[in-house]
Design a protein around this ligand. Sequence first.
Ligand code: AMP
Length: 117
Amino acid sequence: MHNQNNNCVFCKIIAGEIPSKKIYEDEDILIFYDINPVAPVHVLAIPKIHIESLNSINIDNIEYIPKIFEKIPEIAKNLGIFEDGYRVITNIGENGQQSVGHLHFHIIGGRKLKWEF
Ligand code: AMP
């Protein structure tokens, strides 16, 4: 069983307690549509264990990072944004404007992105 945090919205999505529009799932990671998209394509890739942010990555949990990154180009192809390009973002902490305290990578595309949305 994966390490979960009862107060975490993404842990609840992983547990199926909150609905989500899933794109890809395996035993370690989940990729699903962002509820509040900032571009025509906006999905989130998360590890299935509760890691607060990139600040909490260490030797014991770093295995989730290549698992997520290995899937991103495949997902980008499926979503039709691979050729034109897209952006992968992870926000960290208050100044990074992280609003959900469970490590996630935004995959955003489908239009020409400005530096600020
Ligand atoms: P951040 O601000 O980087 O922490 O990003 C959190 C993202 O999670 C935002 O883009 C939200 O729109 C998204 N989000 C929050 N709750 C949900 C949810 N229940 N399902 C899908 N996306 C969500």
